[in-house]
Design a protein around this ligand. Structure first.
Ligand SMILES: [Zn+2]
Length: 177
């Protein structure tokens, strides 16, 4: 098996698992890896969505918009049509930044807010909206960021996925003298 075949097989296994067993509530790691694999190497900004049912099982995956290297435009009306067609109860959005960093722009935050409003109007819960840049992923709502593929040198908090501070020494409290 070539590396490309292994990666493709891994993607299929992950997708199949999320379809059958679903994902743990608000645990975005696997969706992030799938989105990262899909968007890897793209030179245009692309917005994708995972549709889920009310049991956190994956119903589908769609590319919603492809833009240029600086951004992409999407009508929230067309997103709601697709959500209804997918019979989704929940949705999770990702877009890539082909260059620069995974930090969400002002436009990203505005668009994420518009998508939230439009989805809420049709009863679809947006569980997350993320920016992916290379191996880095950031939540547009909270600004929390983590590595898609983490290494031991870069551990992160299992709850918020925020990297531990590496330069600051942890304070020692109540140490006997
Ligand atoms: Zn962006």
């Amino acid at each position: 098996m070539s590396d490309d075949q292994i990666v493709e097989r891994a993607r299929q296994i992950l997708y199949g698992r999320l379809t059958k067993a679903g994902m743990p509530e608000m645990e975005f790691g696997d969706l992030g890896v799938l989105a990262g694999m899909h968007l890897a190497g793209r030179t245009e900004e692309t917005l994708v969505v995972f549709w889920l049912d009310s049991e956190w099982r994956l119903l589908g995956f769609e590319e919603l918009a492809i833009g240029d290297e600086t951004g992409c435009r999407i009508s929230t009306r067309s997103i709601s049509r697709k959500a209804v067609a997918a019979n989704a109860a929940m949705a999770c959005f990702f877009h890539n930044h082909p260059t620069g960093s995974a930090t969400a722009s002002h436009a990203d935050k505005v668009t994420a807010g518009l998508i939230d409003e439009r989805m809420a109007a049709i009863g679809v819960f947006v569980i997350g909206n993320f920016v992916v840049c290379g191996n880095r992923i950031e939540c547009i709502r909270t600004g929390h960021a983590w590595d898609l593929i983490s290494t031991e040198q870069n551990p992160c908090c299992p709850t918020c996925k925020q990297g531990w501070p590496t330069t600051e020494a942890s304070p020692t409290q109540g140490e006997p003298s």
